[in-house]
Design a binder for this molecule. Structure first.
Ligand code: SF4
Length: 894
């Protein structure tokens, strides 16, 4: 029996930062087996993992991996690739100045990578033109924190979710986007009756534990929180002593808030007056209130003001820095916080210092041994790519991110990169929509192979440890930057024996010139050895966690990081979103994440398990809008804006607000032909934070009336590009393909012959078919070696075939007399249809859950778990199980 080794590491997906135990089999040669489970000792998750974390082991395969450097499409050595980057950067700087080069990096990077990238650009290249995809995620929170607190400090800790009596979730679908925090909150609610209010235009999965859901008019959050502040004032709930002692700006702030009457707030938010009054009174009368917010607040052209509108209510009541209370920004990415700590944004310096503060610049330049660092902020993400389009930036290095899909006005971003003279992309994936435009492609190490630290949303620094050998020629991101820096002549400053030395340097810088005026100080680790770094336990920076009063929270003492130590109340006024709906574009576009996918799917789409919940891009539409715009459930819809268009499957749902549609952010040209929502999103940004308004765009929608619709399961990856609409996903032992087109197709047998195959199967393959030209129906079933190797169904309407059943047929041995029944596209009577998969961990479908409720008498989520196992592992599906239970509990079997 092979030995297993255990590595304690951290999940690479969201900002919860869950601890992970990776058990690796010492298998000799070949790919080792890896088992993943939650780390019961990690304080972020105490052993829990969500569906994405639980499936990490299934995303480690080397298919799709970028394993060798290449220059101009030709595989090459590291030496030549590094030399090419260094020479082109040097030539560009010599000809056009340092501002003509840029880096665009990522909250996926480890702190050590991030630190070196910023040192390279701001310290040695001499430009602050380095920005990060965290700009798209939480830069409004950074700006709001800085305005209120004088620094970018998250005051609270996760334990506050369990200590609060009221948790207000604003623009945060915690159930899908931070599932382990949702589980912690749901458990606290169960145990101690925590009240939960969800403020979100959509009835998201998080609403399943809400005592009150306020489906406000998109973008009207400032009116809501100004109304709340006015109510707190009117009902005598302002902590006058705290406001006088610890804040500035009260008069102007309350003037701005009371400029609206209650009726104005009702009108601007579109909420019922009873619901609004109920929320105001709940907040007013509950001391322990925690307000959790994320992208629904940040991704707005008024995102910074929204953040301050929330913080104002906490400062005015003195509800900050103590157990169970405070504003709490939860970050989307695993290391958005680490990036903030090392100055990852174009307007920040390392160690929470400011580019535009001369004292801070002196500290950093002295520390790095350079004559100066830039005194002006660099270009923020959207402006940075505009500068590329305009030819002002002529060389860009993109690391661990996919801006051709994730940035707004994404077609313009693609065009900008296509004409940029020099594009370097460091990634783990060989084919991404951005990598396709690279002059130089550099293979990076992936999760499981790289070593460093990440910081989660509660300021907890944890180690990500390697437990697999880097495959091929892949190298860590920090190593790549150091080699280029070395080749450009910055030799000594980038000579590190490993990430522990980078971490030590970063830690030392947090203490440089820091006499308590800066929140971040981890300089106790400035001399950390490799051994101690390897053994580093998760720790939270900030006030000592052993202090019973603060227990890791900032601002319990009412002292802030402004020049007079007082917090700033910031007067904010509601302003409408930058885009306005009109006759041509009458609907509001809202974008966001789904439960089981991460960003542009380069990792999560590698496992079929995470594609059972949602396998296809979709647009969620209210039933009345669906009727108005001629959209059929499960049909296709084309979404258009002034910037671009996309096609997705129509999902009709009352959870969607009328007048708004929702589209997930994940699909790219690698997985579908026309589903990049970034192409539709307007490049409007917050004037302070520069964060794009991804939650509000003006769009239209129309039915994409295809002449035919196809569905196939195949053993080989089906091509996408030939179809007007196509979406490909891994499924079972192969792939599933949804596709459609308007032009008639006559060669279905040829298409079936191309699609329904398996390597080496051609000589023994048998394809059965059924064709009814008059009704437009074509069905094919292919077999080889007695097994089903593919099915294809075509119809004039969306194909009514059970997807889960069809996927199960792939690779199944089917007796010759049974084969024709597969052409019917239906399970036989003795094989019940699972329905869409709800529980990805145990592959339990919606129909099975409904049967357990209606026929099996299950009345709670827990009883469904006992009966089917569903929801008993990661728990990410519990809210959906709960919804099915509630919808069907009063039905009886007939
Ligand atoms: Fe990973 Fe899920 Fe934990 Fe986020 S909640 S860190 S995705 S396991």
């Amino acid at each position: 029996m092979n030995a297993w080794t255990r590595t304690r590491t951290t999940c690479p997906y969201c900002g919860v930062g869950c601890g992970v135990l990776a058990d690796v089999e010492a298998a000799g040669c070949g790919t080792p087996a890896v088992h993943i489970k939650g780390d019961p000792e990690h304080p972020a998750n105490f052993g829990r993992l969500c569906s994405k974390g639980s499936a990490l082991a299934e995303t480690l395969s080397l298919d799709d991996r970028l394993l060798h450097p290449s220059v101009d499409g030709q595989m090459t050595s590291w030496d030549r690739a590094i030399e090419t980057v260094a020479v082109r950067f040097r030539e560009t700087i010599a000809a056009h100045g340092p501002g003509a080069v840029a880096m665009y990096v990522s909250g996926q990077m480890l702190t050590e990578d991030y630190y070196v990238a910023n040192k390279f650009m701001k310290g040695f290249i001499g430009t602050a033109n380095i920005d990060t995809n965290s700009r798209l995620c939480m830069s409004s929170s950074v700006a709001g924190h800085k305005r209120a607190f004088g620094t970018d400090t998250v005051p609270g800790v996760y334990e506050d979710l369990e200590l609060a009596d009221l948790v207000v979730l604003v623009g945060s679908n915690l159930a899908w986007c931070h599932p382990v925090l949702y589980q912690r909150l749901a458990a606290a609610r169960e145990e101690r009756g925590t009240k939960v209010v969800v403020i979100d235009p959509r009835a998201t999965a998080t609403c399943d534990i809400a005592d009150l859901h306020l489906a406000l008019e998109p973008g009207s959050d400032i009116a809501l929180f100004n109304g709340l502040l006015a109510h707190l004032q009117a009902t005598g709930r302002i902590d006058q002593e705290y406001v006088a002692r610890a804040t500035n700006g009260w008069e102007n702030t309350i003037d701005a808030a009371t400029a609206l009457t209650f009726d104005d707030v009702v009108a601007q938010t579109g909420l019922g007056s009873d619901a609004l009054a109920c929320f105001f009174e709940l907040f007013a009368t509950t001391q322990r209130v925690l307000t959790v917010y994320s992208q629904g607040v940040n991704q707005s052209s008024a995102g910074t003001d929204k953040v301050n509108a929330i913080i104002n209510c906490h400062l005015a009541t003195g509800r900050i820095g103590r157990p169970g209370m405070g504003p709490f920004s939860v970050t989307g990415q695993p290391n958005a916080m680490g990036g903030r700590e090392v100055g990852g944004l174009a307007n920040m310096l390392a160690a929470h210092m400011e580019l535009e503060d001369s004292a801070h610049r002196r500290i950093v330049s002295k520390f790095w041994g350079v004559s100066s660092v830039p005194d002006r902020s660099g270009l923020k993400a959207v402006d940075l790519f505009n500068a590329i389009a305009e030819g002002r930036i002529k060389a860009v290095w993109i690391m661990a991110t996919n801006p051709v899909d994730s940035l707004p006005d994404a077609d313009a971003v693609r065009a900008a990169l296509a004409q940029c003279p020099f594009v370097v992309v460091s990634d783990i994936t060989a084919r991404t929509d951005t990598a396709e435009l690279a002059d130089v492609l550099l293979p990076s190490t992936a999760w499981g192979e790289k070593d460093g630290t990440v910081t989660n949303s509660e300021r907890r620094i944890s180690r990500q440890r390697s437990f697999l050998y880097p495959p091929g020629q892949s190298r860590p991101d920090w190593w790549q930057i150091c080699r280029v820096a070395d080749r450009m002549g910055f030799v000594d400053a980038f000579r590190y024996a490993g990430p522990h030395e980078i971490f030590a340097e970063h830690a030392a810088l947090t203490g440089a010139g820091n006499d308590g005026t800066r929140d971040l100080d981890i300089s106790a680790h400035a001399s950390i050895s490799r051994q101690d770094y390897n053994a580093l336990e998760p720790f939270q920076w900030g006030p000592r966690a052993t202090d019973a009063e603060t227990n890791g929270r900032f601002f319990a003492d009412g002292k802030f990081f402004t020049s007079d130590k007082r917090a700033n109340l910031v007067p904010v006024r509601y302003r409408p979103p930058a885009s306005a709906v009109d006759r041509e574009f009458p609907l509001v576009l809202n974008t966001g994440r789904i439960r089981d996918q991460w960003h542009t799917m380069t990792r999560t789409a590698k496992t079929p398990k995470l594609l059972t919940h949602v396998a296809e891009p979709f647009v969620e539409v209210h039933p009345l809008d669906a009727a108005e715009y001629g959209l059929e459930p499960a049909g296709l819809g084309r979404v258009r804006s002034r910037f671009g268009s996309m096609i997705a499957r129509v999902s009709v749902s009352e959870r969607q607000r009328r007048g708004s549609i929702f589209v997930p952010m994940h699909w790219t040209d690698q997985h579908a032909t026309a589903a990049r929502v970034g192409a539709v999103v307007a490049p409007n940004t917050d004037p302070i934070s520069g964060q794009p308004e991804s939650k509000y765009g003006a769009v239209s929608i129309e039915a994409f009336n295809a002449a035919w619709y196809g569905f196939a399961v195949t053993c080989v990856a089906p091509p996408l590009a030939t179809y007007e609409y196509a979406a490909r996903a891994r499924a079972g032992i192969g792939y599933r393909l949804e596709f459609a087109g308007r032009a008639p197709v006559i060669a279905w047998p040829d298409i079936a012959a191309d699609l329904l195959t398996r390597p080496g199967a051609a000589s023994e393959r048998q394809i059965l078919s059924y064709c009814d030209e008059a009704r437009g129906q074509h069905r094919f079933a292919a077999f080889a070696g007695g097994e089903c190797i593919g099915l294809l169904y075509v119809a004039r309407e969306p194909v009514p075939v059970s997807r889960s059943w069809a996927i199960d047929q792939l690779g199944a041995v089917v007796a010759p007399r049974e084969r024709r029944r597969l052409l019917a596209g239906r399970p036989s009577k003795d094989v019940p249809d699972q329905g869409a998969i709800v529980c990805a961990c145990f592959s339990v479908g919606a129909n099975e859950i409904v049967r357990a409720v209606v026929e099996g008498g299950c009345r709670t989520t827990a009883e469904v778990g006992q009966c089917l196992g569903a929801g008993t592992n990661c728990g990410s599906c519990r809210s959906e199980i709960g919804r099915l239970v509630n919808e069907h509990r009063f039905e009886t079997a007939v």
